[in-house]
Design a binder for this molecule. Structure first.
Ligand SMILES: *Cc1c(COP(=O)(O)O)cnc(C)c1O
Length: 218
């Protein structure tokens, strides 16, 4: 059972340029279908094989977002299926995605995941790694870099979360100005989850990734 009311409430309160990605990881296909039947089309998964399997069982107009850590040997499971990979967290991964996309004659939409939290456990690029990538982005010819993603610290401290989203938002503006001023694709800021999406919206999130509020605890 999904939380229909919450789904519709979140959606109707989003700004016009912000989309809801319903994070359906570990949830059965029937549950995802319930959300689909409420009009939801964007779904997030964090395991390649799970995404690949669900993709086969659900309508073809679902837009699949990959939001988890992606090992290079798993790229093949999702590369021709995903609408957007949110979680490119190393140069190596981007190179491998590019290589695989070239082979298959694809253009793959990606976000660069930036490390913004205080915790050691969260994945992501440092600012230096990020500028190295965007500074040589022409070599990733089969990749379309569509923006940035970040995960804030898991904390009750709202000021800390604000600092982290503010940092990501400023970084986005600077990167956009310095490297993508003529590129309409670079437009997404993927930030905000069940516990902090309202703060993320204050800082201009364009993609909120919400799981437990809609689908219940995992
Ligand atoms: C699980 C997950 C989410 C959703 O988390 P909730 O707290 O359930 O909303 C969002 N983003 C990423 C990267 C996740 O792994």
């Amino acid at each position: 059972m999904i939380n229909r009311e919450t789904l519709h409430k979140i959606k109707s309160n989003l700004p016009p340029n912000t989309k809801l990605v319903a994070v359906s990881k570990f949830k059965p296909v029937e549950t995802i279908l319930e959300a689909y039947n409420e009009g939801q089309r964007d779904f997030g998964q964090n395991r390649p094989q799970e995404l690949s399997k669900k993709m086969d069982e659900l309508p073809s107009d679902v837009r699949w977002h990959f939001i988890g850590h992606l090992q290079t040997n798993k790229i093949k499971y999702i590369i021709d299926k995903v609408f957007l990979i949110h979680s490119v967290d190393s140069v190596k991964l981007l190179e491998e995605i590019n290589k695989e996309a070239l082979k298959r004659n694809l253009k793959v939409n990606c976000l660069l995941q930036v490390y913004i939290a205080k915790e050691e456990t969260k994945q992501g690029l440092s600012e230096t790694e990020l500028t190295d990538i965007v500074g040589s982005k022409e070599r990733f010819e089969a990749v379309r870099i569509c923006g940035l993603m970040g995960m804030a610290s898991f904390t009750e401290d709202k000021e800390e979360i604000k600092r982290e989203f503010s940092y990501l938002s400023n970084l986005f503006d600077n990167i956009k100005r310095d490297y993508f001023s003529n590129d309409p694709y670079f437009q997404e800021k993927s930030m905000g989850m069940s516990g902090d999406f309202e703060i993320a919206l204050e800082f201009g999130s364009t993609l909120v990734r919400i799981g437990s509020l809609i689908f219940g605890e995992r």
